[in-house]
Design a binder for this molecule. Structure first.
Ligand code: AMP
Ligand code: ZN
Length: 472
């Protein structure tokens, strides 16, 4: 097991991962607000969290991950009201499209996807505890967190309470707080809005409260990692800390990790600028989502990701180099006479460097650099006919190992269900057999293989570097 270092937003420094239970990481990742289809900015954050989860597995940790679904808040309630349907009817299609998006980007499933509307009881218990301890107060059917009682407030974001004058009023604020800095835990119901019973009358939870209650329910009062995009740091995560720690008296989360935003052509993604993309928008433009995932991996999560179509093309070209290497490898001969395999140490080095890069604050760009160093070495060994017996399998095994984290190398898995019965690997194997048959001047067998493939709708093209194939 390798212990990674992460940049902890709490304290703003790199620190070694420490977990409550040795060998196990319990992590909470803020999920989607299901009032619309996710855009590729949201998905950058979800891909980052997926890679974090996969990297922890790669480094030898067990992972218990929660991603919540915010299915009640101002936006979902507003959306349901304008559509004239119930909250559940309104959010259901967006929940479905969220899971489809995860699959389309090969994001692994978390252990839990709790919905806010199914955890109202836990949320009410938390509010009750805060009221009993004097951290929260009721006002006109709503309950507020009393920020002035929390000496630590601001420790995550650096927010300076003294900069906001006490008693100052905010015009848009239609709830009656004691102090403008206080935030709402429970909102008293307004006419026509969905509501749940509470000791303070009918109402609904505030967004921050949802994540605290669900995080502690599934992962315990203190857990290891909490993630989100940088926009979540304040006020969302600051408020989560305030509520949770005031209620339990224990540290809520040890390591806070935040991903920078995705921007488009250097600008913020927004509907009005016409640069707001969902996965469907990109697929409609013929974009290969495998290249999108690769593009997301190629930039460190703490840097802004500037999404451009040129960048996507570069990602596609990088994937092509990887596919090409695999193709050449499958068609290269292994030799009994090569005894000093260069591949074996290259594989060991790849896995070492790849793991080190991930353990270094999830440095995916460095991890990809290690992979491309390896690709060069394999290509050289193939060119100079220095593959020893077993080298092909060694390379393939190492690639599948790194792909447990990257999730982009297996071209066939990305092509999905359209594959008609015979896998790419089976075709590749037949082509190797055909080449060997030709080398042994067994042309009857070579022709037989070609005919078999033609029947399957596979077209062969003999080139100087080997035989290529495509599906008709
Ligand atoms: P939401 O559905 O708005 O609650 O957001 C879901 C996740 O997407 C949150 O973790 C946000 O921080 C993240 N997010 C929102 N906009 C962007 C963006 N442009 N780039 C990266 N992540 C984002
Ligand atoms: Zn959250």
């Amino acid at each position: 097991m390798q212990t990674p270092v992460f940049y902890n937003t709490l304290g703003r420094h790199l620190s070694q991962l420490e977990t409550v239970v040795p060998g196990e990481v319990r992590m909470y990742t803020c999920g989607p607000t299901v009032y619309n289809t996710a855009h590729i900015g949201n998905l950058r954050t979800f891909v980052f969290e997926d890679v974090l989860r996969r990297a922890l597995h790669f480094l030898g940790w067990r992972v218990e991950q929660v991603m919540n679904l915010t299915d009640v808040d101002d936006k979902t309630i507003g959306g349901a009201a304008s559509a004239g349907v119930s909250l559940g009817e309104f959010t259901q299609p967006f929940i479905e499209s969220f899971f489809q998006d995860l699959d389309r980007l090969h994001i692994q499933r978390a252990e839990h996807y709790p919905r806010a509307t199914e955890h109202i009881e836990e949320m009410l218990e938390l509010v009750q505890k805060l009221v009993e301890k004097g951290y929260a107060y009721e006002s006109d059917g709503s309950v507020f967190f009393r920020i002035g009682e929390d000496e630590d407030y601001g420790k995550l974001s650096g927010f300076d309470l003294s900069q906001v004058r006490q008693g100052e009023r905010v015009a848009s604020d239609d709830y009656d707080k004691e102090d403008v800095r206080d935030f709402v835990l429970w909102k008293g119901a307004k006419e026509g809005e969905p509501a749940w019973d509470s000791p303070w009358g009918p109402g609904r939870p505030g967004w921050h409260l949802e994540c605290s209650a669900m995080g502690m329910k599934y992962l315990g009062e203190s857990f290891d990692i909490h993630c989100g995009g940088v926009d979540n740091i304040f006020p969302h995560h600051e408020n989560e800390i305030a509520q949770s720690e005031s209620a339990t008296g224990k540290p809520f989360v040890r390591t806070w990790i935040h991903a920078e935003h995705l921007i488009v052509d250097g600008e913020k993604m927004s509907k009005s600028l016409g640069n707001f993309y969902t996965l469907q928008d990109l697929e409609d433009r013929g974009v290969d989502l495998r290249a999108l995932r690769y593009q997301m991996l190629s930039v460190h999560y703490r840097k802004k990701l500037n999404f451009t179509f040129d960048g996507l093309a570069d990602a596609g070209a990088a994937l092509k180099r990887l596919d090409e290497m695999r193709f050449r490898l499958l068609h290269a001969a292994e030799s009994e006479t090569v005894s000093d395999s260069v591949i074996k140490p290259a594989c060991e080095r790849l896995l070492q460097e790849f793991g080190d890069a991930l353990a270094n604050d999830l440095n995916t760009s460095e991890a990809l650099a290690a992979l491309f160093g390896f690709v060069r070495e394999v290509n050289q060994a193939v060119d100079s006919e220095r593959l020893a017996v077993g080298d092909r399998q060694r390379v393939l095994d190492s690639l599948s190992r790194v792909d447990e984290v990257l999730g982009v190398l297996d071209a066939e898995a990305w092509r999905g269900a359209e594959v008609d019965g015979s896998s790419d690997e089976a075709i590749d194997r037949l082509l190797v057999e055909r080449r060997q048959a030709r080398e042994a001047r067994d042309f009857a067998r070579a022709d037989e293989i070609r005919d078999q493939l033609t029947e399957q709708g596979i077209v062969l093209e003999d080139t100087p570097t080997g035989t290529r194939w495509k599906r008709q």
